[in-house]
Design a protein around this ligand. Structure first.
Ligand SMILES: NC(=O)c1ccc[n+]([C@@H]2O[C@H](COP(=O)([O-])OP(=O)(O)OC[C@H]3O[C@@H](n4cnc5c(N)ncnc54)[C@H](OP(=O)(O)O)[C@@H]3O)[C@@H](O)[C@H]2O)c1
Length: 284
């Protein structure tokens, strides 16, 4: 299987390098700018192609590692060529393979293959990709019959793989946002509250790092229930009430919603503790 990449950005660089390091035959790169394609080809020891037709001729599978907003346009350009038997993949977390409109008539196979990972450095991220779960979603029954190729390939690299449906993709991607970007939003909220107590921005961020890191490490090592501490876990109604008395607007709303979310794991952790008081406070 020769795999070509259309779009030489962070994911194109990283997946191409990751695959070639695992012995996959990566044919090379085509990108909007020849500079990016050349740099990626040099990085992976592969070729530069000057157009879609050229990379298609030398590839059995194409990964469209372009921004989400460009996938449809690249597909529309690709579909003017013969695609019978080709595998067309994109890596968007939120979009499904349904963006490959008419792929069944072209007798090609469509997939979205998404690494659940922040690929932030085009030269370094490939080193960490072995830790990523990948999800695969496919366009139709025919593509489903061939999905084991992609699953086996990724599993042979040591990655965990899950198959999801097109209907699940948006919900799936929102999970990724909750676990990453929205945590940043919570961290920002915490720094603002410290700044309201007189900390400067740098000091407020630095003061929270040990708490933040320690909690992340505990979640990873002990799971959500095992790692849970704080006023909800302790069923400390008085502290929660005090917090709600001073928090305002969105901060109060977020605090309430997330505290409610923690009651179930707290009950699992402490089966004999009574959480009825804090449930009442949070409901009001
Ligand atoms: N970054 C992440 O953390 C991450 C994680 C999982 C999945 N993804 C998905 O991976 C895909 C790529 O994301 P990315 O972060 O790698 O984006 P990126 O770093 O912005 O790279 C996209 C590349 O595509 C090229 N490009 C743009 N329009 C093009 C077109 N019409 N034809 C050919 N090449 C074109 C760009 O061109 P030039 O450089 O040539 O100008 C750029 O190098 C997206 O679908 C994204 O959702 C990203």
């Amino acid at each position: 299987m020769r795999i070509g990449f259309v779009g030489a950005g962070k994911v194109g660089f990283s997946l191409g390098k990751y695959m070639s390091e695992h012995g996959v035959n990566v044919s090379g790169y085509y990108s909007r700018s020849e500079n990016s394609a050349s740099e990626a080809a040099e990085f992976t020891g592969t070729r530069v192609f000057e157009g879609l037709e050229a990379i298609l001729a030398e590839s059995d599978a194409l990964f469209l590692t372009v921004p989400d907003g460009e996938i449809e346009e690249v597909w529309n350009s690709l579909r003017q060529y013969s695609l019978a038997g080709k595998y067309i993949c994109h890596c968007s977390g939120v979009m499904s393979s349904s963006v490959f409109l008419g792929i069944d008539h072209k007798k090609a196979y469509g997939y979205s293959i998404h690494p659940l990972f922040a690929v932030c450095d085009k030269l370094q991220s490939y080193r960490e990709l072995s830790r990523a779960y990948f999800t695969i979603e496919y366009s139709d029954e025919r593509a489903g019959e061939k999905v084991s190729y992609w699953r086996n390939l990724l599993e042979s690299f040591g990655n965990e793989v899950r198959i999801i449906s097109a209907e699940q993709k948006i919900l799936y991607h929102s999970a990724a946002v909750f676990a990453s970007n929205l945590v940043t939003g919570l961290f920002k909220t915490a720094t603002e509250l410290l700044m309201a107590c007189g900390f400067d921005r740098k000091g407020s961020e630095e003061a929270l790092y040990p708490l933040f890191m320690n909690n992340c490490e505990n979640i990873v090592s002990q799971g959500v229930t095992g790692s849970l501490t704080g006023p909800v876990e302790r069923a400390d109604a008085m502290t929660i009430k005090k917090h709600l008395d001073v928090l305002l607007g969105d901060d109060k709303m977020i605090y309430t919603a997330l505290s409610e979310k923690l009651i179930k794991p707290a009950e699992e952790k402490n089966a004999h503790r009574d959480y009825s008081d804090i449930k009442k406070i949070l409901e009001h």
